[in-house]
Ligand binder design. Structure first.
Ligand SMILES: [Fe+2]
Ligand SMILES: [Fe+2]
Length: 228
């Protein structure tokens, strides 16, 4: 079963037209998620390593269905729906609900249902909503955050108290502005929840365990932090 699941994930991944940066990002998130999962397992947490591998590798595949084509356009137009599209592709590829659920949940971030309705999030591909409380889902979402913060933003997720906020603020602010006409403040409940979720997993990964930068990485050097 385990080997099967990994092979299925590899097959789906390799068939998709992902750019160099997305391939590197996905492999780094996958490696990072496996490290977290192994460290959790050593501490007695029950976790399915194969589900973690498959969901982490495939977490961003929905981006292949994006309505925009360039990286710059993507930055300007937050499209969390790639998580739902990714879950659909995974299900079509024969992957189980547990994998689709973790793919879908990686962009639920800290949003609750009221906020997701306000932001007009599309209907989920699996389950009743985008969220998931599975350990595997939490690991994939946190690994995505860690790779983004450490490699794409070049911030220290452990020492810099504001790193998680800095890395997510502009995305959430832009998402709100585009979809509701008004932005958010730095203490928006969704941002607070998002920070807490990543902090919960952070003790299970060390800075030297985050995969090294890869060829084609997009490094975003000037994070737009929140204005007070
Ligand atoms: Fe994503
Ligand atoms: Fe990602």
């Amino acid at each position: 079963m385990g080997k099967d699941l990994r092979e299925k994930a590899d097959n789906v991944f390799m068939k998709l037209p992902l750019g160099e940066d997305k391939v590197g990002h996905s492999r780094a998130v996958c490696e990072c998620a496996e490290k977290i999962a192994n460290n959790m397992k050593k501490k007695g947490v029950e976790v399915d390593l194969d589900v973690v591998y498959a969901a982490a590798l495939l977490h961003d595949i929905g981006i292949t269905k994006a309505p925009f084509k360039s990286e710059a356009e993507e930055e300007e137009n937050p499209w969390p729906e790639h998580a739902v599209e990714g879950a659909k592709i995974a299900l079509q590829g024969g992957l189980p609900d547990s994998v689709a659920e973790a793919i879908q949940a990686h962009e639920q971030l800290g949003f609750n249902q009221t906020e997701m309705d306000e932001l007009k999030f599309v209907a989920p591909a699996v389950g009743k909503n985008w969220g998931s409380d599975s350990t595997e889902s939490k690991i994939v979402a946190a690994a995505d955050q860690v790779v983004y913060i450490v490699r794409h933003m070049q911030l220290d997720a452990w020492k810099d108290q504001d790193a998680i906020l800095k890395a997510n603020f502009s995305y959430v602010d832009t998402l709100y502005k585009k979809r509701t006409g008004r932005g958010v403040k730095r203490d928006h409940p969704a941002l607070i929840r998002m920070i807490e979720r990543t902090r919960e997993i952070l003790p299970y990964i060390q800075p030297n365990e985050v995969p090294a930068p890869w060829k084609g990485i997009s490094v975003l050097k000037t994070p737009k932090g929140p204005s007070e």
